[in-house]
Design a protein around this ligand. Structure first.
Ligand code: HEM
Length: 337
């Protein structure tokens, strides 16, 4: 929200976040072809009051929710601009590029495109990146040796007195491998987003008629034991050879972000954001499993929710600053945010 609209998110209480989450939950429920309307498209003409056609009400709620966020968040951002509050958010930058000599109709059209950019980035970009990041917290509690190696690399490259930046990325090979392993280990969209064939095709002798819904089994591709030894294990080393990222290993980025011309539009942004978040978090925090009353680590495991978009199921972990220097870096980052 900050990046797109220059608005500060108010956590779980945030109205926009709650509304987008409601829309996402409805989208997830219907997108993977588990409703009869996907198999018998004529059902879409039934009014919602007919038993079994309640999906019409869900679709209407979903549409109302996303339309509200699209318009209201944009209006708040524009009001801030009109008041002269400086905001360097993405939508303000896009707005400033509209040619003032355009006709009213052209300006309205371009504003609508910008509103859609904001909404889709907010809707498609936040939970996907969040889910991946949560899985990294879980992985760190399960694989302390990975965390230790990452922190050793960060200490050597970045040192204790500053946070990592994009300029460090080339030297942080192990952190880059963690980002790749995170995309592979917990596949946020295990079946991608459904596509539809626009013409008849034959693949490996199978006839695929035009109009078929195609689901790519991204999870299977990224847990293929022939490509990844012991695929259930979180092991960033699988992407490294001779101290560099190994280009011969199947790259999760080629699958986790979808396929073809509708491939994720935010993939470079997501990659950079995940890199910076993971590097910064591991630089200043220790993430460990919680202890039971006898002081023993409580065992956790990766269990995922089901649906179009998956999340690691709830787990607990303990997050503490790594050192005095780390604590000051955290305070500095919070006060300058
Ligand atoms: C870990 C993070 C992310 C993952 C795993 C992810 C994954 C995906 C996938 C699988 C698709 C469907 C592609 C297809 O149809 O085959 C998609 C679409 C899309 N994503 Fe992402 N995404 C992530 C982050 C983001 C971010 C940060 C943004 C924006 C800032 C974004 C914007 C979009 C948009 C706009 C589309 C629709 C593209 C289209 O239909 O033309 N995504 N994403």
């Amino acid at each position: 929200m900050q990046l797109m609209y220059g608005l500060e998110a108010k956590g779980e209480q945030d109205e926009f976040i709650a509304t987008v989450e409601e829309a996402m939950a409805l989208t997830s429920q219907y997108t993977t072809g588990n409703h009869p309307v996907d198999v018998f498209p004529f059902l879409r003409h039934l009014p919602g009051w007919i038993p079994g056609a309640g999906f019409q009400y869900d679709f209407a709620r979903c549409k109302a929710a996303i339309t509200y966020v699209k318009e209201a968040a944009f209006a708040l951002m524009k009001a801030a601009l009109d008041r002269g509050d400086s905001t360097s958010c993405s939508l303000a930058i896009l707005l400033s590029r509209i040619d003032g000599r355009s006709s009213d109709a052209q300006i309205a059209y371009q504003e609508d495109v910008i509103k859609n950019v904001g909404l889709i980035a907010f809707e498609a970009g936040s939970d996907t990146s969040y889910s991946t990041l949560v899985s990294v917290f879980l992985a760190m509690t399960l694989y302390p040796e990975v965390q230790k190696k990452a922190q050793e690399e960060l200490d050597a490259v970045v040192g204790p007195y500053r946070l990592p930046g994009f300029e460090d990325r080339g030297a942080l090979v192990y952190i880059n491998a963690i980002v790749k392993e995170a995309m592979r280990w917990h596949v946020v969209l295990p079946l991608g987003v459904p596509h539809r064939t626009i013409e008849d095709d034959v693949i490996d002798g199978y006839f695929i008629p035009a109009g078929s819904m195609i689901l790519a089994n991204t999870w299977a591709i990224l847990h293929d034991p022939e490509a990844y030894d012991n695929p259930e294990e979180f092991r960033p080393e699988r992407f490294i050879r001779d101290g560099k990222l190994d280009p011969t290993v199947r790259d999760p980025y080629a699958y986790a972000f979808g396929y073809g011309r509708r491939v994720c539009a935010g993939r470079y942004f997501a990659d950079e954001a995940l890199y910076l978040a993971i590097a910064s978090i591991l630089h200043v925090f220790n993430i460990t499993a919680p202890l039971d009353e006898q002081g023993r680590s409580i065992k956790t495991e990766l269990r995922q929710t089901s649906g179009l978009l998956t999340y690691p199921k709830e787990f607990r972990c303990v997050v503490t600053p790594r050192s005095e220097e780390a604590a000051s870096l955290i305070k500095g980052a919070v006060s300058s945010a």
